[in-house]
Design a protein around this ligand. Structure first.
Ligand code: C2E
Ligand code: CA
Ligand code: CA
Ligand code: CA
Length: 274
Protein backbone atom coordinates (compact mmCIF):
# COMPACT_ATOMS: atom_id res chain seq x y z
CA UNK A 1 0.00 0.00 0.00
CA UNK A 2 0.91 3.65 -0.22
CA UNK A 3 1.51 3.96 3.53
CA UNK A 4 3.80 0.96 3.68
CA UNK A 5 5.75 2.16 0.68
CA UNK A 6 6.40 5.42 2.44
CA UNK A 7 7.74 3.76 5.57
CA UNK A 8 10.03 1.39 3.76
CA UNK A 9 13.66 2.30 3.67
CA UNK A 10 14.71 1.96 0.11
CA UNK A 11 18.04 2.31 -1.59
CA UNK A 12 16.37 1.91 -4.92
CA UNK A 13 15.68 5.14 -6.71
CA UNK A 14 13.23 4.26 -9.48
CA UNK A 15 13.95 7.52 -11.27
CA UNK A 16 17.65 6.82 -11.35
CA UNK A 17 17.13 3.18 -12.32
CA UNK A 18 14.94 4.29 -15.18
CA UNK A 19 17.61 6.67 -16.37
CA UNK A 20 20.28 3.94 -16.18
CA UNK A 21 18.15 1.39 -18.03
CA UNK A 22 17.36 3.92 -20.66
CA UNK A 23 21.01 4.81 -21.03
CA UNK A 24 21.90 1.12 -21.47
CA UNK A 25 19.08 0.58 -23.96
CA UNK A 26 20.19 3.60 -25.92
CA UNK A 27 23.83 2.54 -25.97
CA UNK A 28 23.06 -1.07 -26.94
CA UNK A 29 20.98 0.08 -29.90
CA UNK A 30 23.18 3.04 -30.78
CA UNK A 31 26.21 0.84 -31.47
CA UNK A 32 24.35 -0.59 -34.50
CA UNK A 33 22.65 2.61 -35.62
CA UNK A 34 25.13 3.48 -38.37
CA UNK A 35 25.23 -0.08 -39.79
CA UNK A 36 21.45 -0.32 -39.71
CA UNK A 37 21.23 3.07 -41.43
CA UNK A 38 19.03 4.45 -38.68
CA UNK A 39 20.79 7.81 -38.53
CA UNK A 40 19.44 10.66 -40.63
CA UNK A 41 20.63 14.21 -41.13
CA UNK A 42 18.05 16.94 -41.07
CA UNK A 43 18.97 20.39 -42.32
CA UNK A 44 17.82 23.68 -40.85
CA UNK A 45 18.24 26.60 -43.24
CA UNK A 46 20.08 29.74 -42.17
CA UNK A 47 18.84 32.97 -43.77
CA UNK A 48 20.32 36.42 -44.41
CA UNK A 49 18.49 39.77 -44.06
CA UNK A 50 17.17 39.46 -47.63
CA UNK A 51 15.50 36.18 -46.60
CA UNK A 52 17.78 34.16 -48.85
CA UNK A 53 19.22 30.87 -47.64
CA UNK A 54 22.97 31.08 -47.14
CA UNK A 55 23.46 27.62 -45.71
CA UNK A 56 22.12 25.01 -43.36
CA UNK A 57 22.95 23.39 -40.05
CA UNK A 58 23.03 19.59 -40.11
CA UNK A 59 21.14 18.14 -37.13
CA UNK A 60 21.21 14.43 -36.50
CA UNK A 61 18.10 12.30 -36.04
CA UNK A 62 17.95 8.67 -34.93
CA UNK A 63 15.01 6.47 -35.85
CA UNK A 64 15.24 3.15 -33.98
CA UNK A 65 12.70 0.33 -34.27
CA UNK A 66 12.66 -0.29 -30.49
CA UNK A 67 13.02 3.22 -29.15
CA UNK A 68 11.33 5.28 -31.87
CA UNK A 69 12.68 8.72 -32.75
CA UNK A 70 15.34 9.50 -30.16
CA UNK A 71 16.21 13.21 -29.93
CA UNK A 72 19.92 14.12 -30.11
CA UNK A 73 19.88 15.60 -26.61
CA UNK A 74 19.25 12.04 -25.38
CA UNK A 75 21.69 10.01 -27.41
CA UNK A 76 24.59 12.38 -28.17
CA UNK A 77 25.60 12.60 -24.47
CA UNK A 78 25.44 8.78 -24.20
CA UNK A 79 27.52 8.43 -27.35
CA UNK A 80 30.02 10.92 -25.95
CA UNK A 81 30.51 8.99 -22.72
CA UNK A 82 31.06 5.76 -24.62
CA UNK A 83 33.44 7.22 -27.21
CA UNK A 84 30.95 6.08 -29.82
CA UNK A 85 30.58 9.74 -30.77
CA UNK A 86 33.68 9.31 -32.93
CA UNK A 87 31.86 6.82 -35.18
CA UNK A 88 28.70 8.94 -35.28
CA UNK A 89 30.62 12.17 -35.77
CA UNK A 90 32.48 10.70 -38.71
CA UNK A 91 29.22 9.54 -40.26
CA UNK A 92 27.81 13.06 -39.89
CA UNK A 93 30.90 14.60 -41.46
CA UNK A 94 30.83 12.23 -44.44
CA UNK A 95 27.10 12.57 -44.98
CA UNK A 96 27.35 16.38 -44.91
CA UNK A 97 30.29 16.38 -47.34
CA UNK A 98 28.42 14.03 -49.67
CA UNK A 99 25.49 16.46 -49.61
CA UNK A 100 27.80 19.37 -50.39
CA UNK A 101 29.16 17.40 -53.34
CA UNK A 102 25.62 17.01 -54.70
CA UNK A 103 24.92 20.72 -54.30
CA UNK A 104 28.12 21.65 -56.16
CA UNK A 105 26.37 21.02 -59.49
CA UNK A 106 23.10 22.65 -58.36
CA UNK A 107 23.24 26.33 -59.38
CA UNK A 108 20.71 27.39 -56.72
CA UNK A 109 22.61 25.71 -53.92
CA UNK A 110 26.27 25.58 -54.91
CA UNK A 111 27.06 28.46 -52.53
CA UNK A 112 25.27 26.94 -49.52
CA UNK A 113 27.36 25.95 -46.55
CA UNK A 114 26.68 23.09 -44.16
CA UNK A 115 27.44 23.59 -40.48
CA UNK A 116 28.29 20.38 -38.66
CA UNK A 117 28.18 20.06 -34.87
CA UNK A 118 31.46 18.71 -33.52
CA UNK A 119 31.82 17.18 -30.08
CA UNK A 120 34.77 17.69 -27.74
CA UNK A 121 36.13 14.17 -28.23
CA UNK A 122 36.14 14.57 -32.00
CA UNK A 123 37.98 17.87 -31.84
CA UNK A 124 40.55 16.44 -29.43
CA UNK A 125 41.44 13.47 -31.66
CA UNK A 126 45.10 13.71 -32.66
CA UNK A 127 44.20 13.15 -36.31
CA UNK A 128 41.18 15.46 -36.41
CA UNK A 129 42.73 17.62 -39.15
CA UNK A 130 43.30 14.49 -41.29
CA UNK A 131 39.80 13.21 -40.65
CA UNK A 132 38.27 16.45 -41.89
CA UNK A 133 40.58 16.88 -44.88
CA UNK A 134 40.02 13.24 -45.89
CA UNK A 135 36.24 13.80 -46.01
CA UNK A 136 36.65 17.05 -47.97
CA UNK A 137 38.96 15.35 -50.47
CA UNK A 138 36.82 12.24 -50.85
CA UNK A 139 33.79 14.31 -51.91
CA UNK A 140 35.81 17.10 -53.60
CA UNK A 141 34.25 19.72 -51.36
CA UNK A 142 35.71 23.24 -51.31
CA UNK A 143 36.67 23.68 -47.63
CA UNK A 144 34.84 27.05 -47.56
CA UNK A 145 31.53 25.18 -47.82
CA UNK A 146 32.06 23.37 -44.51
CA UNK A 147 31.52 25.02 -41.15
CA UNK A 148 32.31 23.33 -37.88
CA UNK A 149 30.29 24.29 -34.81
CA UNK A 150 32.03 24.04 -31.48
CA UNK A 151 31.17 25.35 -28.01
CA UNK A 152 33.17 27.28 -25.46
CA UNK A 153 33.04 24.39 -23.01
CA UNK A 154 35.08 22.30 -25.46
CA UNK A 155 37.96 24.69 -25.13
CA UNK A 156 38.85 23.96 -21.55
CA UNK A 157 41.12 20.95 -21.97
CA UNK A 158 44.11 20.73 -24.23
CA UNK A 159 43.47 24.26 -25.44
CA UNK A 160 46.76 24.82 -27.27
CA UNK A 161 46.49 21.64 -29.34
CA UNK A 162 42.84 22.30 -30.07
CA UNK A 163 43.54 25.81 -31.28
CA UNK A 164 46.45 24.53 -33.38
CA UNK A 165 44.19 21.97 -35.10
CA UNK A 166 41.50 24.58 -35.70
CA UNK A 167 44.07 26.98 -37.15
CA UNK A 168 45.33 24.33 -39.58
CA UNK A 169 41.83 23.65 -40.83
CA UNK A 170 41.10 27.34 -41.09
CA UNK A 171 44.23 27.88 -43.19
CA UNK A 172 42.80 25.55 -45.80
CA UNK A 173 39.46 27.37 -45.68
CA UNK A 174 37.26 25.48 -43.20
CA UNK A 175 35.29 27.88 -41.04
CA UNK A 176 34.34 27.69 -37.38
CA UNK A 177 31.30 28.85 -35.43
CA UNK A 178 31.10 29.25 -31.69
CA UNK A 179 27.76 27.65 -30.81
CA UNK A 180 25.44 28.55 -27.92
CA UNK A 181 27.44 31.75 -27.48
CA UNK A 182 26.85 33.60 -24.23
CA UNK A 183 26.09 30.52 -22.16
CA UNK A 184 29.72 29.59 -21.45
CA UNK A 185 32.09 30.96 -18.90
CA UNK A 186 35.13 31.90 -20.90
CA UNK A 187 36.42 35.43 -20.68
CA UNK A 188 35.76 37.61 -23.66
CA UNK A 189 39.44 38.36 -24.25
CA UNK A 190 39.69 34.70 -25.11
CA UNK A 191 37.63 35.30 -28.22
CA UNK A 192 40.42 37.18 -29.96
CA UNK A 193 42.67 34.11 -29.65
CA UNK A 194 40.23 31.68 -31.18
CA UNK A 195 40.37 30.99 -34.92
CA UNK A 196 36.63 31.44 -35.40
CA UNK A 197 34.45 33.19 -37.97
CA UNK A 198 30.97 33.17 -36.50
CA UNK A 199 29.16 33.56 -33.20
CA UNK A 200 25.83 31.84 -32.77
CA UNK A 201 23.72 33.72 -30.22
CA UNK A 202 22.16 31.11 -27.98
CA UNK A 203 18.45 30.54 -28.28
CA UNK A 204 17.84 31.45 -24.63
CA UNK A 205 18.79 35.10 -25.25
CA UNK A 206 16.69 35.33 -28.40
CA UNK A 207 13.83 33.79 -26.48
CA UNK A 208 13.89 36.34 -23.63
CA UNK A 209 15.14 39.35 -25.55
CA UNK A 210 11.72 40.94 -26.14
CA UNK A 211 10.66 40.79 -22.48
CA UNK A 212 13.94 41.17 -20.68
CA UNK A 213 16.04 44.34 -20.77
CA UNK A 214 19.03 42.29 -19.64
CA UNK A 215 18.77 39.86 -22.51
CA UNK A 216 18.25 42.72 -24.96
CA UNK A 217 21.47 44.19 -23.64
CA UNK A 218 23.30 40.86 -24.01
CA UNK A 219 22.17 40.47 -27.62
CA UNK A 220 23.22 44.04 -28.45
CA UNK A 221 26.56 43.52 -26.71
CA UNK A 222 27.22 40.32 -28.67
CA UNK A 223 26.41 42.10 -31.93
CA UNK A 224 28.73 45.01 -31.21
CA UNK A 225 31.50 42.72 -29.98
CA UNK A 226 31.16 40.65 -33.14
CA UNK A 227 31.26 43.77 -35.30
CA UNK A 228 34.49 44.99 -33.73
CA UNK A 229 36.09 41.54 -33.98
CA UNK A 230 34.80 41.17 -37.57
CA UNK A 231 32.87 38.04 -36.77
CA UNK A 232 29.62 37.00 -38.37
CA UNK A 233 26.60 36.43 -36.15
CA UNK A 234 23.81 33.88 -36.46
CA UNK A 235 20.80 34.27 -34.15
CA UNK A 236 19.46 30.85 -33.14
CA UNK A 237 15.92 29.94 -32.21
CA UNK A 238 14.11 32.83 -33.90
CA UNK A 239 10.45 31.97 -33.36
CA UNK A 240 8.50 35.19 -33.79
CA UNK A 241 8.27 38.06 -36.28
CA UNK A 242 8.88 40.43 -33.37
CA UNK A 243 12.20 38.76 -32.53
CA UNK A 244 13.18 38.83 -36.18
CA UNK A 245 12.34 42.54 -36.51
CA UNK A 246 14.34 43.38 -33.40
CA UNK A 247 17.36 41.39 -34.60
CA UNK A 248 17.27 43.07 -38.01
CA UNK A 249 17.10 46.52 -36.40
CA UNK A 250 20.02 45.61 -34.14
CA UNK A 251 22.11 44.67 -37.19
CA UNK A 252 22.20 40.89 -36.94
CA UNK A 253 22.96 39.34 -40.36
CA UNK A 254 21.89 35.72 -40.11
CA UNK A 255 18.87 33.93 -38.69
CA UNK A 256 17.86 30.42 -37.88
CA UNK A 257 14.67 29.26 -36.18
CA UNK A 258 11.17 27.88 -36.41
CA UNK A 259 9.80 31.21 -37.72
CA UNK A 260 11.81 30.60 -40.89
CA UNK A 261 11.96 26.80 -40.95
CA UNK A 262 12.28 23.79 -38.69
CA UNK A 263 15.09 21.33 -39.39
CA UNK A 264 13.94 19.35 -42.43
CA UNK A 265 14.76 16.06 -44.12
CA UNK A 266 16.63 16.69 -47.36
CA UNK A 267 13.62 16.14 -49.66
CA UNK A 268 11.66 18.84 -47.81
CA UNK A 269 14.59 21.24 -47.64
CA UNK A 270 14.83 21.10 -51.42
CA UNK A 271 11.20 22.23 -51.72
CA UNK A 272 11.96 25.56 -50.02
CA UNK A 273 12.49 28.68 -52.08
CA UNK A 274 16.18 29.26 -52.01
P1 C2E B 1 22.33 22.95 -31.20
O1 C2E B 1 23.57 22.71 -31.98
O2 C2E B 1 22.29 24.17 -30.36
O3 C2E B 1 21.15 22.93 -32.28
C1 C2E B 1 20.04 23.79 -32.25
C2 C2E B 1 18.83 23.09 -31.68
O4 C2E B 1 17.76 24.01 -31.59
C3 C2E B 1 18.31 21.94 -32.56
O5 C2E B 1 17.78 20.95 -31.71
C4 C2E B 1 17.20 22.63 -33.34
O6 C2E B 1 16.23 21.74 -33.84
C5 C2E B 1 16.63 23.53 -32.28
N1 C2E B 1 15.95 24.69 -32.83
C6 C2E B 1 16.18 25.33 -34.00
N2 C2E B 1 15.35 26.39 -34.15
C7 C2E B 1 14.57 26.43 -33.05
C8 C2E B 1 13.51 27.30 -32.61
O7 C2E B 1 13.13 28.25 -33.26
N3 C2E B 1 12.95 27.01 -31.39
C9 C2E B 1 13.34 25.96 -30.64
N4 C2E B 1 12.73 25.75 -29.47
N5 C2E B 1 14.35 25.12 -31.02
C10 C2E B 1 14.95 25.36 -32.21
P2 C2E B 1 18.07 19.42 -31.97
O8 C2E B 1 18.07 19.14 -33.45
O9 C2E B 1 17.16 18.65 -31.10
O10 C2E B 1 19.56 19.25 -31.48
C11 C2E B 1 19.88 19.41 -30.12
C12 C2E B 1 21.38 19.43 -29.89
O11 C2E B 1 21.94 18.14 -30.21
C13 C2E B 1 22.12 20.40 -30.78
O12 C2E B 1 22.01 21.69 -30.25
C14 C2E B 1 23.53 19.84 -30.72
O13 C2E B 1 24.17 20.25 -29.54
C15 C2E B 1 23.26 18.34 -30.65
N6 C2E B 1 23.42 17.77 -32.00
C16 C2E B 1 22.55 17.70 -33.03
N7 C2E B 1 23.10 17.09 -34.10
C17 C2E B 1 24.37 16.78 -33.74
C18 C2E B 1 25.47 16.14 -34.42
O14 C2E B 1 25.40 15.76 -35.60
N8 C2E B 1 26.63 15.98 -33.70
C19 C2E B 1 26.75 16.42 -32.41
N9 C2E B 1 27.92 16.23 -31.79
N10 C2E B 1 25.75 17.02 -31.77
C20 C2E B 1 24.57 17.20 -32.41
CA1 CA C 1 24.78 23.82 -33.38
CA1 CA D 1 23.19 26.18 -30.65
CA1 CA E 1 22.70 23.59 -27.86
Amino acid sequence: SKARGRNQVTFFDPQLQFALNQRNDILRELIHATDKQELILYYQPIYNQQKAIVGTEALIRWNNSQLGMVPPDQFIPVAEQANHILVIGNWVLHTACQQLQQWASDKQRAHWTIAVNISAKQLQQKDFVDIVTTALTQYQVPPQRLKLEITESMLQEDVDNTIAAMSKLREIGVRFSLDDFGTGYSSLSYLTKLPIDTLKIDRSFVDNMINSKEDTAVVKAILSLAASLKLEVVAEGVETAEQMAFLISAGCQHYQGYLLSKPLPIEQLLLLDS
